[in-house]
Write a protein that binds this ligand. Structure first.
Ligand code: KG4
Ligand code: ZN
Length: 342
């Protein structure tokens, strides 16, 4: 079965063609221009999606040698995300569905991330734990099957990526600061400065990163009132990064033990972090738990992960389930009942 998948929930436009579980093409266009504004400007993100989406779809079909008439269904991200961005992808998909008379499968973006490890490694067994960690989300899921999962841990304030980006800004770095901190940290000593590992000893799997951000703000104001000198940047970056990664690894591993999971999947933009990837696999291996950190293309926002889970839904529910074009986008679906923490 062939799926054409479309993802435009935030600032990446992506289109993918899958043949069963196999990705035949996956194109991603990231909107780098937001960097100069210090963060994503939603209105500009939607306009950029409008400009890109048609050409990316044609190119994705071309790269996979697929005629659109041979597609079995169209998958599209409808929740959660920026409302304008979601509307662009969803309306474009509805247009294709009408024009070519194809079923359309609405997909939750977080569900896409949850199963992105299976795209990479089809041998993963249920139940597994997925840490979804990005600029907008930080949550731990116990994944029991393709249609059964629960949130077992959630950030109570900032997402980890938000913490990376806000702290990078305090250090005078540009947006998005996460990759820059990662790069600087490679040259630094993480024992130089001691920052809080909030909630690391709490008896749940929740996170809090706003205290770390405040702690770094006071530290920088006190120690470096004229700005962080270049010579101190690597040690500061390494110390901050370890404070974030230690908590992510500790809580994810504790949840894997609690829910008897043999595998941990890390997904979302922050899963690109080199220390998170290596520390998670080293620590998990001590307990015979495998870590799957998908290739970067499947960690970041991408349409292949949307197509993958759409295909599972289609196989289970049958094509007649997906004929409704009346669905609307839902920007805040993580708070919806289905995804609610138990
Ligand atoms: O998943 P993503 O592309 O977009 C959403 O937030 O949905 O994630 C972007 C986030 C940003 O906060 C960025 O700073 C962070 O991922 N990020 C990283 C790294 N690469 C991206 N954070 C730490 N280390 C990295 N190497
Ligand atoms: Zn995402």
């Amino acid at each position: 079965m062939k799926i054409l998948a479309i993802e435009s929930s935030c600032d990446d436009t992506s289109v993918s063609v899958l043949n069963a579980d196999k990705v035949e093409s996956c194109l991603i266009s990231s909107q780098k221009f937001h960097g100069k504004y210090g963060g994503i400007i939603p209105e500009l993100a939607s306009r950029a999606h409008i400009k890109l989406i048609s050409a990316l779809t044609q190119e994705s079909l071309k790269q996979s040698n697929t005629d659109i008439n041979d597609i079995d269904a169209i998958a599209v991200t409808t929740e959660p995300g920026l409302v304008g961005s979601l509307i662009v992808g969803s309306n474009f998909a509805k247009g294709l569905s009408l024009r070519y008379n194809k079923p359309i499968i609405p997909v939750n973006h977080i569900e896409g991330h949850l199963y992105s490890g299976c795209l990479q490694d089809p041998s993963i067994k249920f139940p597994f734990i997925t840490l979804v960690v990005s600029g907008g989300h930080t949550a731990i899921f116990n994944v029991k099957s393709y249609n059964d999962y629960e949130i077992v841990g959630l950030t109570r304030d900032d997402a980890a990526g938000e913490a990376f980006d806000k702290i990078a800004k305090l250090m005078g770095l540009t947006y998005p600061g996460g990759p820059l901190i990662d790069k600087l940290a490679k040259e630094g000593n993480d024992k130089t400065y001691d920052f809080p590992r909030s909630m690391i000893h709490s008896d749940n799997f929740d996170f809090s990163f706003s205290g770390l951000k405040t702690s770094v703000r006071y530290f920088v104001q006190r120690e470096f009132p004229d700005g962080v000198p270049e010579s101190k940047m690597p040690d500061l970056a390494a110390s901050v990064q370890s404070a974030i990664v230690d908590v992510l690894v500790h809580k994810t591993l504790a949840s894997a033990k609690r829910y008897n999971a043999e595998t941990i999947v890390i997904a979302g933009g922050v899963s690109a972090n080199s220390q998170l990837r290596s520390q998670m696999s080293t620590e998990a291996a001590k307990f015979n738990i495998k870590t799957v950190a998908p290739d970067m293309i499947y960690c970041m926002d991408n349409a292949a992960m949307i197509g993958f889970i759409a295909q599972k839904k289609y196989q289970e529910a049958g094509k007649n389930t997906f004929t409704d074009l009346d669905f609307v986008v839902n920007p805040t679906a993580l708070r919806a009942k289905r995804l609610k923490k138990k």
